[in-house]
Design a protein around this ligand. Structure first.
Ligand code: F0G
Length: 359
């Protein structure tokens, strides 16, 4: 008899043995993970490789942050914490807010004043977070968050936290890639901001390989936005600036871990300019039907530039993680689209056909 279908249970239940949870941990989940791994006909043709896109915008709050947040908030609930706090460029705050309220905890989110996309701001507000706008950038927000946690009864749910709960959850995306493809890819490409995610993927790939679930390890390729590229430059950026506000980070908390992932995997990190990021965002939407936020297009832009520079040998399997949903930041997408032809018609098929030039 066929097995009864079973719904995806979220990353803690799907990957429990790999995660820092115990039978006593109350599982706080919104069914995160299990996201689509979609072949890109466009990027495969351009590169001569087999290119797959891991669509993390399909998570419950629209970004990869939910994978780590289910673990961090479950553990916070287990510890009897009442208030969780995070610094964020918008996605972490949306995710922290949703998971915290689901667990009956109070979320406090610290975001750079006036510099987060409207969709993300709306999420924090509607989920019911205490929203604090800090006069500074993400790096300042993280300093404030750490200061609060040192002196007050609140717990940090940033991936910078030494408990590693967020990274543990985020590494499940690497497990899913191997589970889908049957092995690790040759190259895995990610955008890099605070540098937690690239660290988490490398952890996941290593753990799976050590357990014999995969035969090889990928080379990790990271890309930063040119105006916020401290790891590429090897120096902190005091005034990070990029259209990709999610990765507007000048002093990544996981800097050393990311460098280790790049070195150990034989990978590389490079920077891409804003115009290439917006072109990649538009291309991924128009060619592959995948609408991502600007920061999430950074890996695509990076792959295209690497190919132009002759750095991509054909015949490889490449996975690119696109980290957040395009609907998070429609303002940037619409202004990049420029003047759009406005077709206004009376409610009449013939008039519509005429306006469309179908007649
Ligand atoms: N892509 C998106 C959409 C992000 O929101 C982030 C980080 C990244 C990529 C980079 O990931 O920081 O692990 O290197 N956003 C954080 C936030 C900073 O606050 O939401 P990372």
């Amino acid at each position: 008899m066929a097995e009864a279908p079973r719904p995806w249970r979220g990353v803690i239940e799907e990957y429990r043995q790999w995660l820092p949870v115990t039978p006593e941990t109350p599982v706080v989940t919104l069914g995160e993970g299990g996201t689509p791994l979609v072949p890109s006909a466009w990027l495969s043709e351009v590169t001569g490789c087999s290119v797959w896109v891991k669509v993390e915008g399909s998570n419950p709050t629209g970004s990869f942050k939910d994978r780590g947040m289910t673990v961090a908030v479950s553990r916070a609930a287990q510890a009897g914490v009442k208030v969780v706090v995070c610094a964020s460029t918008g996605n972490t705050s949306a995710s922290a807010a949703a998971y915290a309220v689901r667990a009956g905890l109070s979320p406090v989110v610290l975001v750079p004043e006036g510099r987060i996309a409207a969709g993300k701001l709306a999420q924090a507000i509607v989920y019911g977070a205490r929203l604090v706008q800090v006069q500074g950038n993400f790096d300042d927000c993280l300093k404030v968050a750490r200061g609060l946690c040192e002196r007050y009864p609140v717990v940090l749910v940033n991936s910078a936290n030494e408990d590693g709960f967020r990274l543990a959850g985020q590494k499940t995306a690497a497990f899913e890639v191997v589970d889908s493809l049957g092995d690790a890819p040759d190259i895995h490409i990610l955008p890099v901001g605070n540098a937690g995610n690239i660290t988490a993927y490398w952890l996941g790939y290593q753990e799976y390989a050590a357990a014999g679930r995969s035969r090889r390890l990928p080379r990790m390729w990271g890309f930063q936005a040119e105006g916020a590229a401290p790891i590429v430059r090897g120096a902190q950026v005091s005034q990070p600036e990029t259209v990709a506000t999610a990765i507007r980070v000048g002093n990544p908390a996981r800097w050393q871990d990311a460098v280790a992932a790049l070195e150990e995997s034989g990978g590389r990190i490079d920077a891409v300019p804003d115009d290439a990021i917006l072109a990649a965002q538009a291309g991924l939407a128009a060619r592959d039907g995948i609408f991502v936020e600007p920061a999430s297009a950074v890996g695509v832009a990076g792959l295209l530039r690497a190919r132009e520079a002759g750095l991509v040998d054909p015949g490889q399997t490449i996975v690119i993680t696109v980290t957040g949903h395009g609907l998070k930041d429609v303002e940037t997408a619409l202004s990049a689209a420029g003047e759009v032809e406005k077709v206004v018609v009376p409610p009449d098929a013939e008039a519509t056909a005429r306006a469309l030039g179908l007649d």
